[in-house]
Unconditional design. Structure first.
Length: 435
C-alpha cells in the first residue's frame, strides 16, 4: 500500500480497541529476554517496529514463539528468558528496521555482553542520532563505533560495566531506558536525572519483573545485578494510536468515538487528554477497576466534538506528547489554532516531522508557520485536499489522514503504507468509523 485516497467525512462514530502499546511491547520483550524463566505476553503490538525487536532478540539466541494472533487483541507470544548477560553473540548483523526504540534500548543490554554485535536499520533509522546513548554507555565501559554518531552501531560489550550518574541533554525515555538497562548489569547504583519527566513504562516494567527501582523526583535509580523473573504480562492498547481517533472525534461535529482497553498511564495519556480538553473537546475517562497484571493502568476513553478553540503547547509539555504532536496539528486544521514550541526533537524522528508536516498541510490548503522548534497551525479556513508525501513516517501518514477528513475534496497520501510501523489496521479502522 504505497498510496491511499482519503475522502472527506461528515463525522466519525463507533468503538475502537487500539493495537497493543508499542512502547510497552518493546520493553516487555527486552526484559523477558534477560529474565530467568518464561514470560507470556498477551496483546503484543502488531506493528512492524515491535516485530523488529523480536527479530533482533531471536538473532541473539532468544527463543520466542507466537502462540496466538487476533487482529483486534494483538499477538500472544512466549519468551524463554536467558537471564542477565545470557544473550548469545549474533551470527550476522541485527536489523532494527525503522525502530529507534529497538536500537537504543537493545544497545543498553548489549553493552553488558562480552561480545561484538552490530545493529543497523532502514534508511530512515540510519539518519537518526545515537550519540545520546553512545556517550553514557561508553562511560559505563562499552565500546561503540558508529557512522558519525548514527547507525549502524557496533557494540563491544563488557562484563564489568560501571554504574554512573547521568543527566541527558534531551528528555528521552529511550535514553533513560538504555542507561537503566545497562545499569541492571553494572556494579553499584546507576542513576538517571531527567531534565523533564518522560514516560515511565520502563520503571513499571522493571517492577513487574521483580526489580527494585528508586524514584526521587526527576531521578530514577537501579541497583545492578538484580535478577528478573519471567511472568505473564498484558499489554494495554496504545494511547498514541488511540490519539488519532480521539482527535478525529474532537474535530468533526456530531462525532463520538469510544476507545476500549487503552493504556491510561499518566506519563502518556494525561498530556493528550489535557490538551484535547483545552482545545475544546469533551473527553470522558473511565478507569478499569484494577490495572493490568503488570501494573499499567487501563480503561476506556470517550471523546465527543465540541467547538474548537486556540491553544498553546509549552516546551515543558512536549516530552509527554511528542508522538501525538502531528495529529494534534491535524486537529487545528479543522478549526482553532495550535502553537507548539520546544519541540525540536521532532526534527530527528523518522522524518523531519516539522518540515514534512508543514509541507504536507500546505499542499492540502492549510496555513502553517514553521519554527526551528515547532509550528503554528492557523485553522481559519477549510482544507481543500491534495497530494501529500508521508516521507515513510507512520505518524505523518496517519495525521494527514485525520486532517483529510475535514477537507472539501479528496487527499492522496503517498507512502501511506508507513502506518504499518505502528498501526497496520489504521486505514481499515478509519473506514469503519466513517461508516
Amino acid at each position: 500500500m504505497s498510496s491511499v485516497l482519503v475522502r472527506p467525512a461528515a463525522r466519525v462514530r463507533g468503538r475502537v480497541r487500539p493495537p497493543g502499546d508499542k512502547s510497552i511491547s518493546h520493553r516487555y520483550a527486552l526484559l523477558a529476554a534477560i529474565a530467568d524463566g518464561v514470560s507470556t505476553i498477551h496483546g503484543y503490538s502488531t506493528g512492524a517496529d515491535c516485530a523488529s525487536t523480536l527479530r533482533c532478540l531471536r538473532g541473539l539466541g532468544v527463543r520466542i514463539d507466537e502462540t496466538g494472533r487476533d487482529p483486534v487483541a494483538g499477538i500472544d507470544i512466549r519468551i524463554e528468558g536467558r537471564g542477565l548477560r545470557g544473550l548469545m553473540a549474533p551470527s550476522s548483523m541485527l536489523d532494527a528496521g525503522n525502530s529507534g526504540s529497538t536500537m537504543r534500548m537493545l544497545a543498553g543490554i548489549l553493552a553488558a555482553h562480552p561480545f561484538s554485535a552490530s545493529i543497523t536499520g532502514d534508511e530512515s533509522l540510519q539518519r537518526r542520532p545515537m550519540r545520546r546513548i553512545i556517550v553514557p554507555l561508553e562511560r559505563m565501559g562499552a565500546r561503540i563505533s558508529s557512522s558519525d554518531g548514527r547507525p549502524p552501531l557496533t557494540i563491544e560489550g563488557s562484563r564489568e560495566l560501571t554504574a554512573i550518574d547521568f543527566e541527558p541533554d534531551v528528555p528521552s525515555a529511550q535514553v533513560k531506558s538504555a542507561v537503566l538497562l545497562a545499569g541492571l548489569h553494572a556494579g553499584g547504583v546507576t542513576r538517571v536525572l531527567e531534565p523533564l519527566p518522560t514516560r515511565d513504562h520502563t520503571e513499571r516494567a522493571l517492577d513487574a519483573f521483580g526489580v527494585t527501582v528508586t524514584i526521587d523526583g526527576r531521578a530514577v535509580s537501579v541497583k545492578g545485578e538484580q535478577r528478573l523473573t519471567g511472568r505473564p504480562l498484558d499489554v494495554p492498547g496504545d494511547v498514541s494510536s488511540a490519539a488519532f481517533w480521539m482527535v478525529a472525534a474532537a474535530a468533526m461535529p456530531d462525532s463520538e468515538v469510544t476507545i476500549e482497553h487503552v493504556g491510561l498511564n499518566p506519563t502518556r495519556a494525561a498530556g493528550i487528554i489535557d490538551i484535547l480538553r483545552r482545545i475544546g473537546a469533551e473527553v470522558d475517562v473511565i478507569p478499569a477497576e484494577s490495572p493490568s497484571p503488570s501494573g499499567e493502568p487501563i480503561g476506556t476513553i470517550v471523546v465527543r466534538h465540541r467547538a474548537l478553540v486556540s491553544a498553546d503547547i509549552a516546551p515543558e509539555e512536549v516530552p509527554g506528547v511528542i508522538d501525538e504532536l502531528p495529529v494534534l496539528a491535524a486537529l487545528a486544521t479543522h478549526g482553532g489554532e495550535l502553537r507548539v514550541r520546544g519541540a525540536q526533537e521532532l526534527r530527528v524522528k523518522e522524518s523531519d516531522r516539522i518540515s514534512a508536516l508543514a509541507e504536507g498541510f500546505r499542499r492540502m490548503g492549510a496555513e502553517i508557520d514553521e519554527h526551528p522548534d515547532g509550528f503554528h497551525v492557523h485553522g481559519a479556513h477549510r482544507l481543500t485536499g491534495g497530494e501529500v508525501d508521508a516521507r515513510n513516517d507512520h505518524r505523518l501518514a496517519m495525521a494527514f489522514a485525520i486532517a483529510a477528513l475535514g477537507a472539501s475534496g479528496p487527499t492522496t497520501i503517498h507512502d501511506a503504507g508507513a502506518a504499518a510501523v505502528s498501526y497496520p489496521e489504521f486505514f481499515s479502522v478509519l473506514e469503519s468509523l466513517r461508516a
